[in-house]
Design a protein around this ligand. Structure first.
Ligand code: C5P
Ligand code: MG
Length: 167
């Protein structure tokens, strides 16, 4: 896919990303690069199924209008099978910086019924922050249940604020 290379502005831009995965027994559950202990259900996915890092990557790409991760890491490509999502996010960060922008802060919401994720909030925030070159206070992490409407499902939604890199 070819994206426009025309100069983009203004100084700050907002991005938004989502990701969802089906959950099933016998799979691991990785969120924000953190392996969730004692999860009865894990993500069914082509890559490592990290719904947090995938949505963060899409939020960053959308902020600079560079499409989404499927354009760079197609899930039909065997090369990306089992891919560590930290590598996806690292490449996306490079693309965003090549476009002249860098993240300022992000806000992410994970909707999932079980297990309780609250105890992992700080760990997830710290890990996502480290991957983005941000501090923990620049990564807001919220959890919601689906109120039983989607028990075998994880959904993440992310907003990102980006600012222009200084020369
Ligand atoms: O979605 P709900 O309003 O019922 O969530 C109530 C609380 O449960 C929130 O404070 C949220 O942080 C927490 N929660 C959690 N782990 C989840 C879902 C919700 O810790 N998987
Ligand atoms: Mg509620």
């Amino acid at each position: 896919m070819v994206f426009s290379s025309e100069p983009i502005g203004p100084v700050v831009r907002v991005g938004y990303g989502e990701d969802a995965h089906r959950l099933a027994a016998g799979h691991s559950l990785i969120l924000g690069g953190i392996s969730v202990p004692d999860a009865a259900l894990g993500t069914v996915a082509h890559s490592d199924g990290d719904a947090v890092l995938h949505a963060v990557a899409d939020a960053l790409l959308s902020g600079v209008a560079l499409g989404d991760i499927g354009d760079y890491f197609p899930d039909t490509d065997p090369l990306w099978a089992g891919l560590d999502s930290r590598a996806i996010l690292g490449r996306v960060l490079e693309l965003v910086r090549e476009r002249g922008y860098t993240p300022v802060n992000i806000a992410l919401v994970v909707t999932m019924d079980k297990p309780r994720l609250g105890p992992l909030r700080a760990q997830i925030a710290r890990n996502v922050a480290a991957l983005l070159g941000l501090s923990e206070s620049e990564v807001g992490v919220s959890f919601k249940t689906s109120e039983g409407l989607a028990p075998a499902h994880v959904q993440t939604r992310v907003t990102a604020l980006l600012t222009q890199l200084q020369d």
